[in-house]
Design a protein around this ligand. Sequence first.
Ligand code: NZQ
Ligand code: ZN
Length: 395
Amino acid sequence: MQEFEYCVPTKILFGPKAEEKTGQVVQAEGVQRALVLYGGGSAVRSGLLARVEASLEQAEITYFVKGGVRPNPRMDFALETVREFREKEIELVLAIGGGSVMDTAKAAAAGLASSPEEMTAAFQGQGVLKRTLGVGAVVTMAASGSETSPTAVLSNGDTHEKLVYTDEKLVPRFAVLNPELTYTTPPLQTACGVADILMHTLERYCSDLGGNALTDGMAEALLRTTLHYGRICLEKPDDYEARSELMCCGSLSHNGLTGLGRNNEFPVHQLSHELSARYDLPHGMSLTILWSHWAQAVRSRIAPRLARLGREVFGIAEPDVDKASADCIHAFAAYFQELGLPVSFAQAPAGVVQDEILYVFASNCTDHGTRPLGVLCPLRKAEVLDVYRAANGAR
Ligand code: NZQ
Ligand code: ZN
């Protein structure tokens, strides 16, 4: 194994009715004043917000509430939140929702502890945050893994950019995971969540670095479990076993465990952020459009690894490594399509994309051609453009 440092400080409260312990866990953090954020209203409609409020009241926590976080969350909204609550002596920001609400909570926590300007600069890659407030999450869908990750992704709507900031200080202090809360996740979002969980593991797995037997085995188990239960979640949305397995996979897929000693470069995520920022596509969908085309582009460099992956995850017995690696990529693409997700621009709501726009995407992913995309399987700007072009045409 390569050298690594690893710290996952998030306390996980998992199981039915876990949200009723939210007040207790906030109190245990020594927090007396919290800001509760939620999204477009699913938490209100399901009664979850009211249950969390009751739990906070029981624990005598003073809290403020703000809704309205949208998918592909906006930096403007996070800044508005900071300005609205900066005089309220908030000590912790509590997200109720999916990745969009959690990421907004992380940004708001950073801005409330420092300043809107420092927070914006950090997300623009122009500084490191000195401090942030704690973040907690009551998670309502299995997808982003933001509940255990050090990352927040916010969009600048004017420039069509996704701004990614990663900092250990952003890792949530606690996450409340009741799989029953995910029963109402719309089918498309469930499918996108499955894809995102798979991709967080695949991106860590698809490199040519050897020597990680334990975490490779964990990654393969995580992928098998997600593939199996992802299907069931779509067939039977209120199947507790399936929803609980998926939720656990979601948190474990992005807490760094399967990437110990690896580069954690996330090239497909970088490619996909161009799409979701410009076309407002769900994150998981923007990944499935691109994954197989990126994998084809680097296949010759990591063929033995893809062949092993295909064998361990899909039972592909093909002895020829080159063919087995291609079969593995096709198997993932077929699975995404089975879930109803696109594997090309042509199949996606935005449709085929003009070449000039693909050129801009390729340029953005490589800082105008000044750096390759990825380290272990680096792709130059022209190769990145070819990936986008391949994604455009395939059906
Ligand atoms: O806003 P509400 O009304 O809650 O509705 C949401 C939203 O419309 C709905 N939803 C969530 N839980 C529900 C539900 N509807 C009914 N019942 C429930 N139980 O689902 C829609 C999508 O929610 P969103 O939070 O956007 O989805 P997701 O969790 O997939 O998060 C996507 C965001 O996470 C970022 C992505 O870039 C994207 O902005 N990511 C964050 C990461 C991180 N912080 O580490 C890593 C990921 O790779 C990802 O990039
Ligand atoms: Zn993701």
